[in-house]
Design a binder for this molecule. Structure first.
Ligand code: G4P
Length: 312
């Protein structure tokens, strides 16, 4: 990826509006569910939310856990919990892990509800909202939580201003029907690269060939067996540079243009699609930083990284 691609503005001209909307929505809720992509749990999280929402309870939902390395996901959960967040690992597409969200939300808001009870205010519903950068699965999470099949389609734009709509979930909660949209941090080119790998940057503004080459190099040390299995690479081939390896992939797959010329763009796209849909394996692109030894008091459920077969 070139420098320009890494520095693109996600919502040129809409940033201020997005901020205003987020501030307004956030002032209405008790708890925020911040959806991140479990394959890049740090790069897909925007610290801007920390400024807006520093003290109040938050659940970090590591979504797309079905595509991420389960051990890394478990480590990242611990790491976030040590920082005081509630966490959950989910696969919203298939509805796994979702049923743990409500008890965790209640647990995280228990003190607040107790205080309100002592002041004579009892029995109100908790108000929640979902936030996150584009494509992490916010709409899918909202639809799962509310049981709707088609809702919350925002097109990842700040959206038209309208009255907030609350959807009941269970007997004691309600959820804002529109997600809060955050923008990715592109100041760091490395973050831009990772976000491009998971497919959250429009293909129009990234150089897929360069991203594919870098991704090859990135995952090869830890996942050479998976790469060999998927693309029938020999050991010798796996030792090639990424630039030499992509033509091999094209050859193995028969991606040939006229006169024997290899279709490297198709090879690059195939490789990226395979990574994004988990066909190479469950691969996390970030390593969890060291977890502080004195574990914080963060609340958590024992939700097993969305491994459970049942949905909500
Ligand atoms: P957003 O609101 O944050 O922008 O994300 P959205 O829910 O639209 O989800 C983005 C894509 O990620 C969708 O796929 C969705 O199906 C997929 N997705 C969401 N959650 C999960 C998950 O837990 N696991 C997996 N594997 N995929 C998930 P799409 O192909 O872009 O759209 P569609 O063809 O499904 O409509």
């Amino acid at each position: 990826m070139n420098e320009n691609n890494a520095n693109i503005n996600w919502f040129p001209g809409h940033m201020a509006k997005t901020e205003r909307q987020m501030q307004k929505s956030i002032s209405l809720v008790d708890l925020v569910i911040e959806v991140v992509d479990a394959r890049i749990p740090v790069s897909s999280k925007n610290p801007y939310l920390d400024k807006l929402w520093s003290r109040r309870p938050r659940i970090i939902a590591l979504n797309k856990a079905d595509l991420a390395d389960p051990e890394e996901t478990a480590r990242f959960r611990k790491w976030y919990e040590a920082q005081g967040y509630g966490t959950i690992a989910i696969d919203a597409l298939h509805g796994k892990g979702m049923r743990d969200i409500q008890p965790l939300a209640q647990k995280l808001c228990a003190d607040k509800l107790q205080r309100e009870k002592e002041r004579g205010r009892e029995g109100r519903r908790l108000r929640l909202m979902v936030t996150g950068i584009p494509n992490v699965g916010k709409s899918t999470v909202i639809n799962r939580l509310t049981g709707r099949s088609e809702a919350a389609k925002t097109g990842n734009k700040p959206g038209v201003t309208r009255h907030e709509q609350w959807i009941r979930i269970g007997s004691d909660m309600e959820l804002l029907d529109t997600p809060g949209i955050l923008w990715p941090k592109f100041e760091d080119p490395e973050i831009g690269f990772r976000i491009a790998c998971i497919g959250s940057i429009s293909e129009d503004v990234v150089d897929t060939y360069t991203i594919a080459l870098r991704l090859f190099d990135y995952i090869r040390p830890g996942y050479s067996k998976e790469l060999a299995a998927r693309y029938r690479f020999t050991e010798d081939e796996l030792a090639l540079t990424a630039e030499e390896l992509l033509p091999v992939l094209a050859q193995h797959r028969g991606f040939v243009l006229g006169r024997g010329r290899l279709d490297l763009e198709r090879a690059a796209n195939t490789f990226l699609d395979d990574y994004r849909s988990g066909r190479i394996g469950r691969i996390t692109l970030e390593q969890c930083p060291e977890i502080p030894s004195d574990d914080g008091q963060a609340a958590s459920t024992d939700n097993a990284a969305a491994e459970t077969p049942e949905g909500k």
